[in-house]
Design a protein around this ligand. Structure first.
Ligand SMILES: NC(=O)c1ccc[n+]([C@@H]2O[C@H](COP(=O)([O-])OP(=O)(O)OC[C@H]3O[C@@H](n4cnc5c(N)ncnc54)[C@H](O)[C@@H]3O)[C@@H](O)[C@H]2O)c1
Length: 460
């Protein structure tokens, strides 16, 4: 037995006999009643692919492939119990039919026009969805070119200082709240320049003073996050920006029971890295070098072509290997890894990114080997279901008494290149550990036994 963190006893038998302490119905998780409002910052390739996809699925035109919340199952009890319901039948998630989208962008385009510009989805499906997509028009954004140098839009809010801009976002949130039952915000906006925390980020009071003085260390993404968390709205960050990974945001998140999680959708190359690296480590295979390069030609690629935005992305992508390989514990295997990441803007490819990885590994007696990965992926096709799942799970966290005031939802690391943890705790990047953590969190909040994969009692 282990404790459940609140002093109560909790069975961790998993593969074992049905636990005597298995909880029954009353889990305290509130049902997903009414409409879920989703406020999307940045109506570009990822956002429009998510919105159009949700509408296509609602109309029965497509299947929600890539979405764990929609297609995933969760095993309950022993393997011999044969009980694996859909996740969405096990935990009370918002139904796709109850989602209402709105958003902000610096361009005037409605979601149909923005999706057509992004050119991810085929014109045939977009024209079928056009009447709906045209109804979603962006609200004017909080934007400043200093933080995203390659973009220049006109649909931008004006205010006497950053506090005034935050207040305008809060007004947008409050107006939208009147039309729906619950709200979640997700950043699908561009990658901002590389920034580091300063004194202004250390407390709510310091941040509010900074907003008033329009402190340069406060980027637009932080103003959105502040507005959301202040209003008790959970916030997900799809970009690698310095946004909620700050003391002020953690404080606000806890104070207002508005869950947050890490950042930067884990879609293509890093997704593969966090699958392959744990495999090498599990078999004690050494790695001397990992060279990753990409070409992509969408607007994201154009923004990342600018060195300061690229640095933000680079930092986010670099972290995973260091944490998975733990060179301080395995110096003979991973001490001298040369890890290099390149992203090249190449317009002909549009959203259809191509990534190459050359991995130099070594085995028994130090003999060298190589592995090459060539991933021809579609960036936004991989990101859209992740954005949807994050929205649905953050809404669930907000309705779960045990999760809502924790601030950081580490169990959502599964979706993110840069998982967020409390200070002093290293982030878990291994995709399969992340997957287990996510599913065990769902079992835990629903009062089901955790699955440990021990399984000794099958041999009793
Ligand atoms: N597609 C992927 O696989 C993937 C993976 C990880 C992270 N991301 C990140 O997700 C984000 C979105 O990617 P995308 O391909 O949709 O990019 P995109 O350029 O197509 O869309 C971004 C949109 O955000 C808008 N925007 C920028 N700053 C804004 C602001 N302050 N307020 C409101 N709108 C703003 C832009 O005008 C643009 O329409 C990027 O930061 C990207 O790095 C994408």
């Amino acid at each position: 037995m282990a404790t459940n963190g609140k002093g109560g006893k909790r069975a961790v038998v998993g593969e074992g006999k049905a636990s005597a302490s298995r909880k029954t119905a009353a889990t305290g998780v509130e049902p997903a009643k009414g409409k879920l409002g989703v406020m999307v910052v940045g109506l570009g390739a990822v956002a429009t692919t998510m919105i159009a996809g949700v509408e296509a699925i609602r109309r029965g035109l497509a299947k929600p492939i890539g979405s764990l919340t929609q297609m995933g199952t969760i095993r309950l009890g022993k393997r011999t119990d044969n009980k694996s319901p859909l996740i969405r039948d096990f935990v009370p998630l918002a139904n796709l039919n109850d989602i209402v989208f709105t958003g902000w962008d610096i361009f005037e385009d409605n979601v149909y026009e923005a999706a057509a510009h992004a050119a991810v989805l085929k014109p045939e499906i977009l024209s079928e969805l056009k009447p709906y997509l045209e109804t979603i028009k962006p609200m004017p954004a909080v934007f400043d070119r200093y933080y995203v140098k390659r973009l220049n839009g006109t649909r931008v809010k004006k205010g006497k200082n950053k506090l005034d801009l935050a207040q305008q976002l809060i007004d947008d949130i409050r107006a939208f709240k009147k039309t729906v039952d619950r709200v979640v915000m997700i950043w699908c906006g561009s990658t901002e320049i590389f920034m580091e925390p300063t004194a202004v980020h250390q407390s709510i009071a310091a941040f509010e003073r900074g907003l008033e003085k329009s402190d340069i260390a406060i980027a637009p993404s932080q103003i959105y996050a502040y507005a959301a968390l202040k209003e008790g709205v959970p916030f997900a960050n799809g970009a690698p920006n310095l946004t909620v990974d700050l003391p002020v945001m953690i404080e606000l998140s806890k104070q207002n029971a508005a869950p947050i999680c890490g950042k930067d959708f884990k879609t293509g190359q890093t997704f593969m890295k966090t699958v392959l690296a744990p495999a090498f480590k599990a078999r004690m295979i050494g790695v001397s070098g990992w060279f990753s390069t990409n070409i992509l030609g969408n607007r994201d690629g154009e923004v990342l072509d600018e060195p300061q935005s690229f640095k933000t992305k680079e930092e986010s992508k670099l972290g995973s290997l260091e944490y998975i390989f733990q060179p301080e514990i395995y110096p003979d295997l991973y001490k001298d890894i040369y890890h290099k990441i390149r992203i090249n803007y190449y317009p002909p490819r549009g959203d259809e990114k191509e990534a190459w990885d050359n991995i130099d590994i070594f085995g028994w007696l130090g003999y060298p080997m190589q592995l090459k990965v060539n991933f021809l992926c579609r960036d936004s096709i991989l990101a859209a279901p992740i954005a949807l799942d994050l929205v649905l799970f953050l809404d669930l966290a907000r309705r779960t008494p045990e999760l809502r005031s924790l601030g950081i939802q580490e169990w959502l690391s599964f979706y993110l290149k840069s998982p967020q943890t409390p200070p002093g705790l290293y982030p878990e990047h291994d995709l399969f550990i992340q997957s287990m953590k996510l599913k065990n969190t769902l079992r835990h909040i629903m009062g089901a036994d955790l699955v440990t994969h021990l399984g000794l009692d099958y041999y009793d």
